[in-house]
Design a binder for this molecule. Structure first.
Ligand code: XUL
Ligand code: CO
Length: 444
């Protein structure tokens, strides 16, 4: 298949700078620019997601597909999968995306039997491996789709029927092999059906125990076949299940620790899942980071006026800065990166809309990176924050921090204190500092 078959009108996206009016050029993402010891590309580790970009057709609960992608024009599912792969790698190359992410069923169609599905996946994996070699594009993470097929309507690893649990295991087994074969950095579990609708039919404790056991078996098999990256859980509070077991970062961290999985598993935090849980993206990232479990992110955004997962491309500069402050404060990505779990709107039907969506998102994070680095290097925020906690850095406060004061000693300390003079939290000042760096484009 020609390298120019599906996007003939786009030759390649390059950096043209903020003054460019070319919609098919980066205004801020300058991949090889060095900042804070690394290139922008190395900091951000952008990944294109296969499902929204090459499998989704724009259908919604009220209407059928609108997108009519040229790579879908084949009646045999395996041929279609091969055309998708060609389209995907043509797109990755032209966009200059260093990574991609997939579910097993995005890459290859499900067969009639487990063995047929495994064979389909192996066929596509060997083609993807050739494409990776030819283009230099790498796999950020693989995952198994354990939510679309009707067999998973009552859950996958948490299904009340053991036969379905075993089927899910077979899928994870094959998806792990595919991820290892393609040199994937991470392996994700998003538990779309791992939850319940009513307690009246649900033994929650058994389901959670089974989930913990299942993930432990996946870890053991992954390590056995040489997977050295991070296993990741992607929290989401609802949709499609009413109560999802991986509700948010804090819930998932408790689960991982309870089942002894926190040495191998980390979190993949998605922006729109955070907002559905009534948190900010930054809150979820900080919760994961503080637990030593921040692995990767699914970057997108929701719509503030409705309460479902709209998976829009991220364009909000404030969110990008806030999230990068946490990510950089945590030392940046190791195995993870920024996966755009985002799709163009169903009425964005031109093929170049897919490029435009990614360009905007990549520019947003590239700009956010400049601002976040400048804020960190200036210590403008860190100074105000550490000043707020200075009483723990000396004297009795330091003793308390070290755990050497008991409750009575705290009482005695308080009893001798003069009246406490309250201090300002300085929120407006801090918000203005963030804006000030935004106005300057991050350049201190
Ligand atoms: C669903 C979602 C998934 C995961 C991978 O909301 O985010 O696409 O990222 O299964
Ligand atoms: Co996601």
């Amino acid at each position: 298949m020609s390298k120019n078959a599906y996007f003939p009108n786009v030759s390649g996206i390059s950096y043209e700078g903020p003054q460019s009016d070319n919609p098919l050029a980066f205004k801020y993402y300058d991949a090889n620019r060095r900042i804070a010891g690394k290139t922008v590309k190395e900091h951000l580790r952008f990944a294109v997601c296969y499902w929204h970009s090459f499998c989704a057709n724009g259908s919604d609960p009220f209407g059928s597909g609108t997108l009519n992608h040229p790579w879908e024009a084949a009646s045999n599912p395996l041929d279609r999968a091969k055309r998708r792969l060609d389209a995907a790698f043509e797109f990755f190359g032209k966009l200059g995306a260093p990574y991609y992410c997939f579910h097993d069923r995005d890459l290859a169609p499900e067969g009639e039997t487990v063995k047929e599905s495994e064979a389909n996946l192996r066929t596509l994996v060997s083609l993807a491996k050739e494409q990776q070699k030819a283009t230099g594009v790498k796999l950020l993470w693989g995952t198994a789709n354990l939510f679309s097929h009707p067999r998973y309507m009552n859950g996958a690893a948490t299904n009340p029927d053991f036969r379905v649990v075993a089927h899910a295991a077979a899928q994870v087994h094959a998806a792990l092999e595919a991820t290892v074969e393609l040199g994937g950095s991470c392996f994700v579990f998003w538990g779309g059906r791992e939850g319940y609708s009513t307690l009246l039919n649900t033994d929650m404790k058994r389901e959670l125990d089974n989930f913990g056991k299942f993930l432990g078996l996946a870890r053991d098999y992954g390590r056995k076949i040489g997977f050295q990256g991070d296993f990741l859980i992607e929290p989401k509070p609802m949709e499609p299940s009413k109560h999802q077991y991986d509700f948010d970062a804090a819930t998932t961290i408790g689960f991982l620790r309870h089942y002894g999985l926190d040495q191998d598993f980390k979190l993949n935090i998605e922006a729109n899942h955070a907002t559905l849980a009534n948190h900010t993206f930054a809150h979820e990232l900080q919760t994961a980071a503080d637990a030593g479990l921040l692995g990767s992110i699914d970057a997108n955004r929701g719509d503030s006026q409705n309460g479902w997962d709209t998976d829009q491309f991220p364009t909000n500069i404030y969110d990008a800065v806030e999230s990068l402050l946490v990510i950089l404060g945590n030392g940046g990505f190791k195995h993870g990166g920024i996966n755009f779990d985002a799709k163009v709107r169903r009425n964005s039907i031109d093929l170049d809309d897919l490029f435009i969506g990614h360009i905007g998102a990549m520019d947003t994070f590239a700009y956010g990176l400049e601002v976040a680095v400048a804020l960190i290097e200036s210590s403008a925020i860190a100074k105000v924050r550490s000043e707020r906690y200075r009483s723990f850095a000396q004297g009795a406060g330091l003793d308390f921090t070290r755990g050497s004061l008991n409750l009575t000693q705290l009482r005695d300390y308080a009893a001798d204190l003069p009246a406490i003079k309250a201090e300002s939290g300085k929120q407006e000042l801090l918000e203005n500092i963030v804006n000030q760096y935004l106005f300057r484009g991050g350049k201190g």
